[in-house]
Design a protein around this ligand. Structure first.
Ligand SMILES: NC(=O)c1ccc[n+]([C@@H]2O[C@H](COP(=O)([O-])OP(=O)(O)OC[C@H]3O[C@@H](n4cnc5c(N)ncnc54)[C@H](OP(=O)(O)O)[C@@H]3O)[C@@H](O)[C@H]2O)c1
Length: 252
């Protein structure tokens, strides 16, 4: 795929030449956010574990970008991402905490080790990255953190209770950081997508089919990415604290 050129409007837009770190950029919503922000002229640090996916994404973007192949649940990764952005671009403006997994199961079938891994990826790593970047952003008096939550934070399903609880906890941390950082130039917010057509949704669709449940028609990852861009393009005086973006056929 050849890299598309930036339009004149995007070259002049508010995010042009900013630098964003995006976790979980190798597929789904993270990949779409990378494409959307790149189209706005944002330079990127892309991270996930699948090197091949990151490399082909990088090659297709119209902006300069770096990749860091790493597990986000490794406690050294958030600082390594900050260092990578500063070394490569000399600045960092945006963190999108997007990487996440879903573990489902019943009392009988739940894989407890997988559940603990979900806690590390969906909550512990997001909290660590948020603090690492919040400190740097506060020092420089500028920055934005967006945490990708879920409609599941507000609607709990019995087989996904821990996923829902972790996303709700993430909403709480996001609010606490936003309030603590008020007036500092650092904006913190969350986006809670509904069903979105990604590898996670494939996993949920397979499980739903097995028990004869129909899932709603999902959002496209690009829909979520456009909402993230909207959040980031607000003027410095405005912070979209929380956005709930669901599929038009979402039952919740
Ligand atoms: N799809 C939905 O319906 C939906 C709805 C609401 C919220 N969300 C949220 O949206 C976010 C993105 O999910 P998605 O739907 O786009 O699913 P996806 O396509 O499966 O993407 C998940 C991303 O997370 C990365 N990741 C997973 N474990 C990781 C680890 N240990 N270290 C580093 N990266 C890791 C994956 O990269 P590698 O495997 O390459 O490491 C991948 O890039 C998640 O936080 C999810 O909870 C999704």
């Amino acid at each position: 795929m050849s890299a598309p050129a930036l339009t004149e409007a995007n070259r002049l837009g508010p995010l042009h030449n900013h630098v964003a770190v995006i976790t979980g950029a190798s597929s789904g919503i993270g990949e779409a956010i990378a494409r959307e922000l790149a189209a706005a002229g944002v330079r990127l640090v892309l991270t996930a574990r699948r090197a091949d996916r990151l490399q082909s994404l990088q090659a297709s973007l119209p902006v300069d970008s770096a990749t860091l192949v790493a597990a986000i649940d490794d406690p050294v990764t958030p600082q390594a991402l900050l260092d990578a952005a500063l070394q490569r671009f000399g600045r960092v403006d945006i963190l999108v905490n997007n990487a996440g997994i879903v573990v489902t199961g019943t009392v009988e079938t739940m894989d407890l080790d997988a559940l603990a891994q979900m806690t590390r990826v969906n909550f512990d790593a997001v909290v660590r990255a948020s603090y690492v970047f919040a400190r740097a952003f506060k020092r420089q008096g500028r920055g934005a953190i967006i945490n990708v939550s879920s409609v599941g934070a507000y609607v709990s399903h019995s087989s996904m209770g821990v996923y829902a609880a972790l996303k709700l906890a993430l909403e709480g941390v996001t609010t606490a950081l936003r309030v603590e950082l008020k007036g500092s130039g650092v904006r913190v917010g969350s986006i809670a997508p509904g069903s979105t057509d990604t590898e996670i949704f494939d996993q949920l669709r397979t499980r739903a089919q097995a028990v004869g449940v129909a899932l709603p028609a999902p959002l496209a990852p690009a829909d979520v990415a456009a909402a993230v861009r909207f959040m980031l393009e607000r003027p410095a005086r405005a912070n979209v604290a929380r956005m709930l973006l669901v599929s038009a056929s979402e039952p919740a």
